[in-house]
Design a protein around this ligand. Structure first.
Ligand SMILES: [Zn+2]
Length: 405
């Protein structure tokens, strides 16, 4: 049975952005239809165009009038760490008052605190708390959410976290799509002497145990100095490739250390952060299918300079934006707010901005059948109560998203 939505003030189709694979976009690549209509059959887009051009066969169907609304491809948050326990609000307050991150870590704060609090929660508690967070995020119009494990940091707890994410995925499907990323290699717990030892005893054997269950959508690793080495990353990526599991990487955030290059080499879905990406890294990303996922919320929160987005975009890199929602370095769950504010700093045009949180963010999860409103694509949308697209990014932090009738 078809559904017909008619008289939308604007439909953001991103048709040419889709044709251009989300690269080198000009503001014309938004491809907005004014007074638009869209026809959906089951989970696919059947037709899109001006309301006045609606084919006769669809005119006979009872349509839903959406005057006063804007329809966009679904917003996708392709990088979150939202399954965690505890509250670290005091750390931000302390940092504003002059305490350094190192001092906070020394007195038991930071990721080790989150690990401890996550350990204390049962699988059911973790599920319920994450469910509430996801429910809030969906009210901003986000329909696909990537969630990483990584605050368990022991064999049993990491296994539990991956299975909790799988439970969330089943709970929210099909309306909300959850993408399950295995990030056991998030940090090296103090009980291990080297990253290698932790990889050999936890990360690799657990991946081998979980892979046959088909619950993992991608593996990820915190490839940074004093965390995981080139060799660790290559070993994990090689195994993932052999198991047919896509790769993602936390890359070049704290230091320039070839994260983008390793991502390109292994055909990773995305390389994320990239505050300190090298010129060679930019060149290699531009020549690859790997998406550069920037997380400006984290740089804001930590008071760091943002990633060199303009340089990457001008060289043809496919750029996405994500929230990085996590308890430590970015406790903001609202991707559209982050994107609206950071677009001016990152110097994105409107097409780059919207592609970064829809089309390109979908590609960062390997989802090639969503992110544009064109026939044949998945009917995954975000609807806004607004007269125009520009109103949406103009109203920083005002939530204009509404559910589709
Ligand atoms: Zn992250």
């Amino acid at each position: 049975m078809e559904r017909v939505y008619i008289h939308l003030n604007q439909i953001l189709t991103l048709k040419s952005a889709h044709i251009k694979d989300g690269r080198r976009l000009t503001s014309d690549d938004l491809d907005v239809i004014h007074d638009g209509a869209v026809v959906v059959k089951e989970d696919r887009i059947l037709w899109v165009g001006r309301s006045s051009d609606l084919p006769l066969e669809f005119k006979q169907i009872q349509s839903i009038n959406l005057t006063g609304h804007v329809l966009a491809p679904e917003i996708v948050d392709s990088h979150t760490h939202l399954v965690f326990g505890g509250d670290r609000s005091n750390e931000y307050a302390d940092r504003l008052n002059g305490t350094t991150y190192e001092e906070i870590a020394r007195r038991g704060g930071g990721i080790l605190f989150t690990m401890g609090e996550t350990q204390k929660l049962s699988a059911d508690d973790l599920f319920e708390q994450a469910k509430a967070k996801i429910t809030t995020i969906t009210t901003y119009g986000v329909g696909t959410i990537e969630i990483k494990s990584g605050y368990g940091l022991s064999y049993e707890k990491e296994k539990e976290l991956t299975l909790v994410i799988d439970r969330l995925k089943k709970h929210f499907a099909p309306k909300i799509k959850i993408f399950n990323t295995y990030l056991a290699a998030h940090d090296v717990p103090r009980s291990f002497t080297t990253s290698r030892q932790y990889l050999d005893e936890v990360v690799i054997p657990l991946l081998k145990e979980l892979a046959p269950l088909k619950v993992i959508d991608a593996v990820d690793i915190f490839h940074e100095k004093n965390y995981f080495t080139d060799q660790d990353t290559q070993q994990l990526f090689q195994l993932a490739r052999d198991l047919g599991i896509p790769r993602k990487i936390h890359a070049d955030e704290l230091n320039t250390n070839n994260g983008a290059e390793i991502a390109s080499h292994f055909g990773a879905l995305s390389a994320d952060h990239l505050l300190k990406i090298s010129d060679e890294g930019i060149k290699q990303l531009a020549a690859s299918s790997t998406v550069a996922t920037l997380l400006p919320g984290t740089a804001f929160f930590l008071g760091k300079p943002l990633a060199p987005a303009r340089k990457m975009l001008d060289q043809g890199v496919k750029v996405a934006l994500a929230s990085d929602f996590n308890p430590g370095s970015c406790h903001c769950d609202n991707l559209l707010l982050i994107a609206s504010i950071s677009a001016a700093q990152l110097k994105l045009n409107q097409a780059e901005l919207w592609s970064a949180i829809t089309l390109n963010a979908s590609h960062a999860l390997g989802l090639k059948d969503q992110g544009a409103i064109i026939p044949g694509m998945k009917a995954r949308f975000t609807l806004f109560k607004a007269d125009s697209l520009s109103q949406i990014t103009y109203h920083w932090g005002k939530n204009l998203a509404v559910s589709l009738p």
